[in-house]
Ligand binder design. Structure first.
Ligand SMILES: [Zn+2]
Length: 503
């Protein structure tokens, strides 16, 4: 789907979208079209009881005196409540118009609403439509036909709309990258090829990428991460992405980076503790890593005014003669020894070495890790919320807020205290699992590897990262989290993308 902005209507448009505020208050373009079509719009409003509520759309087919085969009235709701999130949802709903017979070209005629310029509205709606238009069809040999869909926004200042959309499209680029990485099959995307993709993606950009191979990780003592991948023919990798967007004028504390850490198990068989279900969908066990890469992409594309480091721990969990056993003891980079209980609880093992690495090498002011960590979080929260585990109330507030604003929602769960009691081992410093509350005990294990006084949060995204395909969960959340809390004032102006557009 192509998005365009213009000040005039397209020739030979198949459908036209006009807008209405609540109480079915038709906007100027809608009034003009109503007059042109001999009152087709007001008749449709009356006949359907259309109220113009946000997200409520009605369609009129074959209107008189109008070349477009379909007219859609899109409800924007109350002008005082109009924000980026609602407009994006609106844009997303517009893509359904292309499902109607023969619709290739759609005009969206927008009028400014009190406090919100038509150009900004168009940009937000264009982002929503773009995000919705994603598809992953590179392996469908018959699906290579050209996408001829054009969504054209008719506004008074198309140049301003174009500019605003370019800024917002950093979000779409990050989300698409995360989805692309997540959707790749595990015979194509494995630790080495994943690392190569990240290197290629950021080549020539403002993100520097460093890839650690197994020899380097061994030197650093990453026995926990390496143990997970030792049963696979595919060697493990640790990838470090650095983006330094804080201005020179920022204080030393402002320059300390925000760190994101992602679990990247490119395929999880469970290892010797083999999964019973056949392993389908276990290619998605790298969605945490994919979200971190996508967030780095978005931050760098929009030129975020802060320093951010992303670390992803990549391994394939396979059973073989060289695979890790339950009862093994490994030594992590922190120096702590860990007794292995079940080799299917591998995510926390790769994460602890990545967490230690980023704390030792980058001294971040805050660390947020993302992982499809436990099935238990799906039982608790389904796909509505990801689980949030943190040692900091203020960090919790920031993340919950970013989740609400981006609709990538979080729910805070308990960590530490008695939830860590099950992690005692008879022969090592720790066991890596134990206790009835699977998600909280996993988080409590991770917390054992966080330095005293370091702000840390763990997001268990096992229920939100994918359904039938990857959702891209986490990119917008992390971007919003940085934008709202960690950008230095003298940097580029704060974006209005996912918050309100109003000043
Ligand atoms: Zn597993």
């Amino acid at each position: 789907m192509k998005v365009t902005f213009s000040s005039t209507q397209s020739d030979k448009r198949d459908a036209v979208v006009v807008t209405s505020l609540s109480s079915a208050k038709l906007r100027n373009a809608a009034v003009a079209l109503d007059t042109k079509t001999g009152g087709a719009l007001t008749r449709a409003v009356r006949a359907t009881g259309f109220k113009g509520n946000a997200g409520q759309n009605i369609s009129i087919s074959g209107p008189a005196n109008e070349d477009a085969k379909h007219v859609v009235i899109a409800g924007l709701g109350k002008s005082a409540e109009l924000d980026g999130k609602k407009l994006q949802a609106n844009g997303k709903s517009l893509t359904a118009i292309f499902n109607q017979n023969g619709v290739k070209k759609v005009d969206v005629e927008l009028d400014s609403v009190r406090g919100t310029k038509a150009a900004d509205m168009a940009a937000e709606m264009a982002l929503g439509a773009t995000l919705e238009s994603y598809s992953f069809d590179k392996y469908k040999t018959g699906a290579k036909k050209k996408d001829e869909r054009v969504l054209n926004f008719v506004v008074d200042d198309p140049a301003a709309a174009e500019k605003a959309f370019e800024k917002l499209s950093a979000t779409a680029k990050g989300v698409f990258l995360t989805k692309d990485l997540s959707n790749e099959p595990p015979n194509v995307l494995y630790p080495e090829s994943f690392a190569d993709r990240v290197v290629d993606e950021f080549k020539g950009s403002n993100v520097t990428v460093r890839v650690l191979d197994e020899a380097e990780m061994e030197k650093l003592g990453m026995g926990a991460l390496l143990g997970v991948g030792q049963g696979s023919e595919r060697p493990s990798r640790l990838v470090v992405m650095e983006y330094n967007g804080a201005p020179d004028t920022a204080s030393d504390d402002e320059k300390r980076p925000v760190a994101f850490v992602g679990k990247g198990i490119t395929f999880d068989t469970g290892g010797i503790s083999l999964k019973s279900g056949g392993g389908r969908t276990m290619k998605y066990d790298m969605c945490g890593a994919a979200a971190v890469v996508g967030a780095m992409k978005t931050l760098s594309e929009r030129g975020a005014g802060s320093n951010v480091v992303g670390v992803i721990a990549l391994a394939e969990n396979m059973p073989s003669g060289s695979a890790q056993r339950p009862d093994d003891v490994v030594t992590s980079m922190s120096g702590k020894t860990v007794e292995i209980v079940n080799t299917d609880a591998e995510g926390r093992l790769v994460l602890i070495d990545a967490l230690t690495y980023v704390q030792q090498k980058h001294d971040p002011k805050v660390v947020v890790d993302l992982a499809t960590l436990t099935g238990a979080i799906i039982s608790a929260l389904g796909s509505e919320h990801a689980g949030l585990f943190t040692n900091s109330d203020s960090l919790s507030d920031k993340l919950l807020e970013a989740g609400t604003k981006t609709d990538e929602k979080l729910w805070r769960m308990p960590v530490g205290g008695a939830y860590a009691d099950g992690l005692k081992s008879n022969i090592a410093d720790l066991m890596h699992m134990g206790g009835k509350a699977g998600s909280s005990s996993a988080a409590s294990f991770l917390e054992k590897f966080i330095d005293d006084g370091r702000e840390w949060a763990h997001l268990d995204i096992a229920g939100t990262a994918f359904s039938s395909e990857a959702t891209g969960y986490g990119v917008r959340l992390l971007d919003q989290f940085v934008a709202e809390n960690y950008e230095t004032q003298k940097a580029k102006p704060k974006r209005t993308a996912q918050s309100s557009l109003k000043k």
